[in-house]
Design a protein around this ligand. Sequence first.
Ligand code: PEP
Length: 260
Amino acid sequence: MTPRKPIVGGNWKMNLHRAQAVDLAKSLVDRVNSNEDVEVILFPPFPYLEAVGKVLRDASSPIRLGAQDFYHQPNGAYTGEVSISMLADLGVTNVLVGHSERRHVIGENDVLLNQKVLAGLKAGMEVMLCVGEKLEQREANQTDDINAGQTRYGLAGVDPKDMARVSIAYEPVWAIGTGKTATAADAQNAHVAIREVVARQFSTDIAQHVRILYGGSVKGSNAPELFAQSDIDGGLIGGAALKADDFMAIIDAATNSVSA
Ligand code: PEP
């Protein structure tokens, strides 16, 4: 089996204010500093990227700075949008694309999300593409089809050599922020199916290397079982990323899954 370094991402969404964001980042840099088995990424809201980035930089922390979204055009008349080079200026190295709240609340479609993936990679970012089915799709047995479609569209036209900078977060929409989690076995099956899509679209080797994270009400209590699955390479965390102790418990579970 190809060893894949797990990723634990903290998606703070539209939560926290400046002082809380800085405090949370400070407590994490104190505790994550020596962790080399797991890649940790924080995705603060845009207005606090600079402040959180400064905390990470001042501590020479291995924690990466990520943005929850961006616009794919380099500059111009796009009121309210933020470009990748603006994010790069702030020290951002990682970006999310297609979080289910962007797809289903804000209304972003696969065409736009593919443009964002391509633009993010072209700019040298590490791109995390989020995919996942809604409850009614799951109930209609469409989970694998939805994931396959979102993965294929999202990664269309990606240069195979850029796939080293791509990860995929499988986040069943019905499990996000609801307290409901996919069973470890269901999540593992969905991850295997997504990996097969990547193998068909690119190559078996690329599929074996791509990190596929699970997201959806991950907590310290369920993370060990989820991360013990052979195709689950860490997690994208929402609610439990807002408290240092809760987030650390998940990072620890990912670290233990490597040494297990
Ligand atoms: C998320 O924000 O991607 C997420 C999975 O949220 P939560 O952990 O709160 O379900």
